[in-house]
Design a protein around this ligand. Structure first.
Ligand SMILES: Nc1ncnc2c1ncn2[C@@H]1O[C@H](COP(=O)(O)OP(=O)(O)OP(=O)(O)O)[C@@H](O)[C@H]1O
Ligand SMILES: [Mg+2]
Length: 371
């Protein structure tokens, strides 16, 4: 869909002879094209400072600065480096100096006397290329605007949802106490677990906006123990899923300087995923390795596979399988952002009926000055 008319495309014509400029102008004239004329290399450079041009048609033989010199200067400046050039020359075809240094395809030659058909054909190609680039830029900008808008919107909504949700949670506490032993207890527990899920979604949405428009998730490092973090998370998740088997194996030194609450979030998301999306008949296996001096490694494995269509996009936001659609599909995106904030890396393998995530964490800030 094309809605916005573009500003006219500009061509720069450079020739020391007025009559040559007029001929070129006559041959190229059309409403969607603005033709800028320069009578010398210097004039051309001045125009190029003010205008963005799609193409420069440059006469080779000019007094003072010749066409090749002008093109050389254009190539040396960032602003004009990528302007395609067509040299107009009266020289014999075999004699023309090959202009070096320009990318192939960005330079062409036209021989005098100018053949109107060839001129139009050659310039048309550059005209279209330029238009396509404009169109691409427009679409990219529009897309970026839409994304920014959506994310700001999501952040605002997330924030406003917290207050009513807190009211629900507080009312649930009161209900739970006053209805102790009554048959409505299971209902109260459902309200509680639904509120918890909703609170997690709101937290995830604000992490998403932090990562996307806030320049990344910020972490605060302090001495931490990965094994202790894992034990805590496993204990919590076991109360929620008492019938699932979670095996923890560890070796070596698992201490480092990390943001412990963020690390908990990572481990909780990963184990939560194994419980929620993995094969319930098979155990969830954790293996922590601290044998390396500069980093630790956390591995988690479960039965079942990530659906093939989302595997290549697993760490992108809002990607989720069709199975249990309880979450927003933000968990692994946030996990990977927290890993990145720690200078670490997370990878996934899912094949032959097994899914494995591997998180490698440097023990310390890799960018911190060494003491
Ligand atoms: N351990 C796993 N085993 C099998 N499939 C998995 C596993 N972890 C993730 N997946 C698949 O990857 C998808 C994306 O996971 P992610 O954690 O990003 O989102 P989610 O769990 O669906 O929702 P959220 O984490 O936001 O609550 C899941 O919907 C699931 O299909
Ligand atoms: Mg998840």
């Amino acid at each position: 869909m094309k809605t916005q008319p573009f500003a006219p495309v500009k061509f720069l014509l450079v020739d020391d002879l007025e009559e040559n400029l007029l001929v070129l102008e006559k041959l190229l004239e059309r409403p969607e094209l603005e033709l800028l004329k320069a009578r010398s290399g210097r004039e051309a450079l001045e125009l190029l400072l003010k205008h963005e041009v799609a193409l420069a048609l440059i006469d080779v033989q000019m007094p003072e600065m010749d066409g090749f010199e002008l093109a050389e200067l254009m190539r040396g400046a960032e602003r004009t480096r990528r302007v395609p050039v067509i040299f107009v020359t009266a020289g014999l075809r075999e004699q023309h100096r090959i202009f070096e240094g320009y990318d192939a395809g960005a330079v062409d030659f036209l021989f005098k006397p100018i053949d109107a058909r060839i001129l139009r054909h050659k310039t048309q190609t550059f005209y279209e290329l330029y238009r396509q680039r404009q169109e691409l830029e427009r679409v990219t900008n529009e897309l970026a605007d839409t994304l920014r808008f959506n994310e700001t919107f999501v952040a605002a909504i997330g924030h406003d949802l917290r207050n009513p949700l807190n009211a629900v949670v507080m009312a649930t506490d009161i209900l739970e106490r006053s209805a102790a032993g009554s048959s409505i207890q299971p209902l109260i527990q459902r309200i509680r677990s639904s509120s918890r899920r909703m609170a997690k979604m709101i937290d995830d949405l604000s992490d998403l906006t932090r990562a996307r428009i806030g320049g990344g998730i910020l972490i605060q490092r302090a001495p931490a123990d990965l094994l202790a973090v894992c034990r805590k998370v496993v204990a919590e998740l076991k109360t929620a899923a008492p019938d699932r088997s979670i095996e923890v194996e560890s070796a070596g030194d698992l201490h480092g300087e990390w943001d412990a609450p963020r690390l908990e979030q990572v481990i909780s998301n990963l184990i939560g995923n194994s419980i929620r999306h993995g094969d319930p008949a098979r155990p969830v296996r954790l293996r922590l390795e601290g044998g390396h001096a500069s980093e630790v490694c956390f591995r988690i494995e479960n039965g079942g596979e990530v659906p093939a269509e989302i595997l290549p996009h697993l760490f992108e936001p809002f990607r989720r399988g069709n199975g249990r659609r309880e979450g927003l599909g933000l968990g692994l995106y946030i996990v990977s952002q927290i890993a990145i904030a720690h200078g670490g890396e997370i990878t996934a393998h899912s094949e032959n009926g097994t899914t494995r995530f591997e998180l490698r964490l440097p023990r310390r800030d890799p960018n911190a000055p060494t003491a």
